[in-house]
Write a protein that binds this ligand. Structure first.
Ligand SMILES: [Cu+2]
Length: 353
């Protein structure tokens, strides 16, 4: 976390370069950050914006901390926190192999004044996880594979962006957000047990659709422009409040994104982004999630991640924006044993009026 504070103060030092000659035009292609960054821009008084984003995230292969670990190593060396022989084996017996998350997000922004922009976003999620089950209470005999699937509405975001500084060159705003627990956290699906039976269970934490808590999402966003160049930084946190109805709290999350952009033409810009994410593990435990699989242990959640993104933004002469960003994870250090993120793709459409 110390590394994070250092980066934060680097960000604030940009403030010293402030000017105040009026905001850059919202119709400039590079006015918006890479599409994977949320709450990156504000609007002028009376302006509305509608947006749609599609994002897909791909996880594959497991790590113990920062080193890779095979399914066979997991089921022979990682203790099952629910061990209770003979009913529950001493080590894990089911290993996630991959996970795909797809998100559809519909957002709206409205600026009641030049200082404040309000925003809201609803989402629909689709998650799929593939697993391998090992036979019996010990050993490395693979019994079979199965996939769990869940889809539905995710948590709903509301918030306000407050301009501190809006200049031609330097812009700074505060992100004041809240996440409302509209996503279900009691989703179930059928699994293959080490005893070769099919049973329907409450799915582990990563397969649930929401946090179950009201989350505060504060942040600060800086954007700079000079000629065809643009750059920016956003520091954001997700702070969970209280405990959800199933007796746990997801970990708080901190994200620092830094990006640069280049305007090739009036209608097309390209971007590069470097993002650092630090997520805490879960506090508490859902008594209905008990299985010999790593994802059922609240300690196997969170960690740190560095990723790089390459993006393209396009704006038509009538103001329709289309954007795409591909993000590749370059380094990950997970708490305990977890599937690791490989890459993410975001596609978006935005229209202001
Ligand atoms: Cu907007």
């Amino acid at each position: 976390m110390r590394k994070f504070h250092y980066l934060f103060f680097t960000l604030l030092s940009f403030n010293a370069l402030a000017d105040s000659e009026g905001s850059p035009s919202v119709s400039t292609v590079d006015h918006h950050a890479p599409i994977g960054v949320m709450g990156d821009h504000t609007h002028a008084k009376g302006e509305w914006m509608i947006s749609y984003r599609y994002m897909t995230m791909d996880m594959q292969d497991n790590q113990l901390g920062s080193s890779s670990i095979t399914p066979e190593e997991i089921v022979t060396t990682i203790a099952n926190r629910f061990a209770n022989p003979p009913a529950m084996p001493p080590t894990l017996r089911v290993v996630p192999l991959s996970m795909t998350t797809q998100m559809h997000m519909v957002g709206m922004m409205y600026a009641p004044s030049d200082t404040v922009t309000l925003m809201t976003m609803v989402s629909y999620l689709d998650k799929e996880m593939d697993h391998v089950t090992f036979s019996g209470a010990s050993g490395t005999e693979r019994l079979g594979e199965f996939t769990t699937h869940v889809s539905g509405v995710g948590d709903t975001k509301i918030g306000a962006l407050v301009n501190i500084l809006s200049g031609k060159k330097h812009n700074l705003h505060l992100n004041i957000g809240m996440s409302l627990p509209t996503g279900d956290i009691d989703n179930e699906d059928e699994v293959l047990t080490p005893m070769n039976t099919q049973t329907t269970l409450r799915l582990p934490y990563p397969m649930q659709l929401g946090s179950g808590t009201f989350d505060i999402e504060p942040g600060i966003t800086y954007r700079g422009f000079h000629g065809k160049l643009g750059w920016g930084s956003q520091l954001k946190a997700v702070i969970r409040t209280g405990e959800n109805s199933e007796d746990y709290t997801l970990g708080d999350k901190f994200t620092l994104a830094n990006w640069g952009s280049y305007r090739f033409t009036d209608n097309v810009s390209g971007s590069l982004r470097l993002t650092y994410t630090d997520t805490d593990s879960i506090e508490g435990i859902d008594p209905q999630i008990q299985a010999p699989v790593q994802t059922a242990d609240p300690d196997n959640q969170g960690g740190t991640m560095w990723d790089v993104g390459a993006g393209i933004n396009v704006i038509t002469s009538s103001g329709h924006r289309f954007a795409l960003e591909y993000t590749y994870v370059i380094d990950q250090d997970v708490n305990g044993v977890q599937l690791v993120m490989q890459d993410m793709l975001s596609i978006g459409y935005q229209y202001a009026f």
